[in-house]
Design a protein around this ligand. Structure first.
Ligand SMILES: [Zn+2]
Length: 404
């Protein structure tokens, strides 16, 4: 009885999936010819012609002439249009809100930083509203705004745009996307910052072309974004990678999650500073001073072979390495990328990590493993770039742009 309606709906869905497939191919492999698109996608040449015509009409792609290697008449290829589409990317940190206007190439056109004064739901919503409105007002030009993206630490439901839990602010079950819809009718994409940055490394950073890798980020906490077979793992409540709460020491420090001795109580910036302070207080010889001690100073001292700093960083490497070994055994990644201030001590940290990974994971899994620094260090708004890119590649945002 509903078969006609269903057929129409299925036909419409199939059209959208095919359009996203063609756009994704042009974006990741362009400049590319229509013939090659048809061959790779297994779509009929007539379908490819039809879809590319629609993408051209909406300015999403453009034609470029490419000289054939054999000489002769230049062939027409297709590439995505990037500079004409703008979006706002916000990174909600602990103390600061970073807000960029970016285009689809990842170029930042404007950037503002504001200090977060109020950490409850109303304060956070107000700060975001103000920053987004400010950016929308400044950037009035020929380009088109297509989306707003927001990334933050904690548990976020990207489907509903709800912030379930934040370790940094007093917010829980906040329907953030819905609250912000009062100031803009642009689609709003919200995601966890570490997971989004893993995607950014995949699209533009140190993991381009890598189908299986893990980004591990250490700052105030510790988290991971896991890309498996080119897809970000999400899990039941859309959040996978809370490695900061893997227990290392059952009799360790009390963690904000309620447990004891979690990884982040041992390797976070705060923990490393506290461990260094304790060593200095015992009177161990070091170039470091207890006053105003920072993670950067500790990393620099470790590189200069300061005995206290080397001991602290090695110990952090052993503890983090235990968790990385678990990740290697579970996911068999090609690459692990590390982000955070602690990577400034890479010459001391990475050997300790590798040693632990080699001890505790399968040889077949670790023998070609690459351990590397993340490309987007301190560029938090790149996470939002990845959310927008994914929304285009997976059809949702593409359809919104192509709607009449
Ligand atoms: Zn914990």
């Amino acid at each position: 009885m509903s078969s006609h309606g269903e057929r129409v709906a299925n036909h419409e869905l199939l059209k959208q999936v095919n359009a996203a497939l063609v756009y994704r191919l042009i974006d990741t492999q362009g400049p590319i010819s229509r013939v090659d698109i048809a061959q790779i996608s297994a779509l009929a040449p007539a379908s490819v012609t039809n879809i590319t015509r629609q993408l051209l009409e909406h300015g999403l792609i453009k034609e470029v002439a490419q000289q054939a290697s054999t000489g002769g008449r230049p062939a027409i290829s297709l590439t995505t249009e990037q500079a004409a589409f703008l979006f706002i990317s916000c990174r909600l940190g602990r103390e600061e809100l970073h807000c960029s206007v970016m285009d689809l190439s990842g170029a930042i056109h404007q950037h503002t930083v504001s200090t977060l004064l109020q950490h409850d739901a109303e304060g956070i919503v107000a700060a975001l509203q103000q920053a987004i409105q400010q950016q929308l007002q400044i950037a009035r030009n020929k380009q088109k705004f297509i989306a707003v993206a927001i990334t933050m630490a904690g548990l976020v439901d990207p489907q509903t745009g709800t912030v379930l839990y934040s370790p940094n602010h007093q917010i829980a079950n906040l329907e953030l996307a819905q609250r912000l819809q009062s100031i803009t009718d642009l689609p709003i994409y919200i995601g966890n910052d570490t997971r989004a940055l893993a995607l950014a490394e995949y699209y533009l950073g140190a993991a381009q072309g890598c189908q299986d890798f893990i980004l591990v980020s250490i700052h105030h906490g510790a988290g991971a974004g896991i890309i498996s077979n080119g897809q970000l793992l999400l899990g039941r409540n859309r959040n996978v990678g809370e490695i900061g709460h893997i227990q290392i020491d059952p009799f360790g420090e009390h963690c904000h999650c309620g447990n004891f001795g979690c990884l982040e109580t041992m390797v976070s910036n705060k923990a490393i500073i506290a461990q260094t302070r304790a060593m200095l207080a015992k009177g161990h010889t070091s170039s470091l001073q207890n006053e105003n001690l920072t993670i950067e100073q500790i990393c620099q001292a470790a590189i200069r072979h300061d005995p206290v700093a080397v001991q602290i960083i090695r110990q952090a490497g052993e503890n983090l390495g235990r968790v990385l070994a678990i990740l290697v055994n579970l996911f068999n990644p090609e690459k692990i990328l590390l982000a955070g201030e602690i990577v400034q001590s890479a010459t001391v940290l990475f050997p300790a990590l590798l040693q632990q990974i080699q001890r505790q994971s399968l040889p077949n899994f670790h023998h070609e493993l690459h351990l590397d620094q993340a490309h987007f260090q301190g560029q938090g708004t790149m996470g939002g770039y990845a959310l927008v890119k994914r929304a285009l590649h997976e059809s949702d945002l593409l359809q919104r742009i192509m709607q009449p």
